[in-house]
Design a protein around this ligand. Structure first.
Ligand code: PMP
Length: 308
């Protein structure tokens, strides 16, 4: 098995990685009934800190609310489990993965009324999602033949396990065709997001990103970038965008907790701008990563210490 840390928090107890097991008849395995989060811990000038930890845990509870999934732990319990899973593995930087799911509650699609979710919180090391080189060289992406989920089908505003079947199609089709990542259009044919990241476009010094109505997950990194860019004086607009708007961009980058900030150097083999990471993308990367060494002042209280 791909053991990536020593200990894992599962249903209230810290246990060895290999002991955190579920039954093969788990509801989530059959029907995709899980909600989860991805949170990074950075080794900052102020010590290890969970980046926007509280808001990620809030989004976990929000995703569970959308599906009426009862998480049998309080908000504070989940916060503490995130800290504990990191500290128990002596990690200074980490990726935290809390996940609530329906376990062995029977095979009916509607779980029994009294069914509770199981909850795990794993913390493990995870480097740059698309590779260290990609952070300055940029990546080649394709608009895939798969659209994002249609409104009023599976809610893209929830971070649920089942949504990642869409991400899988988007990402694997792009990779099969020799690209690094895929970008999907929504069912209106407008730009949505990448398999597991939001997208930003820069044109004439103005920064654009698709709105909430474009079948996206409202990324916390997306919000971070909007906030940092505005703080630097850039105009940022959330606006529907066409596929060809990507082709004519000066710069494009993708954002996510795992992906961080990845420049895009081509879309459908059309070179973006100079075909290299753009200057504004570089500036935004610097202000983002500057949060973790103190070069960027954390005016927003985004760095949350792990010691409580
Ligand atoms: N969209 C999707 C589909 C994702 O899986 C992610 C990663 N959680 C994002 C966007 C980016 O969200 P965040 O910045 O909060 O990690």
């Amino acid at each position: 098995a791909a053991k990536t840390a020593e200990l894992i928090w599962f249903n209230g107890a810290m246990m060895p990685w290999g002991d955190a097991k579920v039954h093969v008849m788990s509801h989530a395995l059959h029907y995709g009934t899980s909600v989860f989060e991805g949170i990074r811990v950075y080794d900052t000038h102020r010590g290890p800190a969970g980046f926007r930890l509280t808001e990620h845990v809030q989004r976990l509870f929000d995703s569970a609310k959308i599906y009426r999934m009862p998480i049998p732990y309080s908000f504070d319990d989940v916060m503490q489990a995130c800290r504990d899973a990191t500290l128990a593995n002596s990690l200074k930087s980490a990726y935290i993965r809390p996940l609530a799911f329906y376990g062995d509650v029977g095979m009916g699609i509607t779980p029994p009324k009294d069914a509770q979710c199981d909850l795990l919180v794993a913390a493990f090391p995870w480097g740059a999602y698309l590779g260290e080189d990609s952070m300055d060289a940029g990546v080649d992406v394709a608009v895939t033949s798969w659209n994002r989920l249609a409104p009023n089908t599976i809610p893209t505003g929830a971070k649920a396990g089942g949504n990642y079947l869409s991400s899988l199609q988007i990402s694997t089709e792009a990779k099969r065709n020799g690209f690094d990542e895929g970008i999907a259009l929504d069912t209106n044919g407008l730009v949505s997001e990448a398999a597991g990241a939001n997208i930003f476009v820069i044109k004439k010094n103005k920064i654009y990103t698709p709105p909430a109505t474009a079948a996206i997950l409202m990324g916390l990194t997306r919000d971070t970038i909007i906030t940092l860019a505005r703080d630097k004086g850039y105009q940022v607009v959330e606006e529907p965008m066409s596929r060809e708007f990507l082709y004519l961009a000066d710069e494009i980058f993708m954002t996510g907790t795992a992906a961080e900030i990845v420049p895009v150097r081509s879309v459908d083999r059309i070179e973006i701008g100079s075909g290299k990471r753009g200057e504004i993308t570089k500036e935004i990367q610097q202000s983002f990563f500057g949060l973790f060494n103190g070069e960027t002042e954390d005016k927003w209280g985004w760095l949350e210490t792990l010691e409580s």
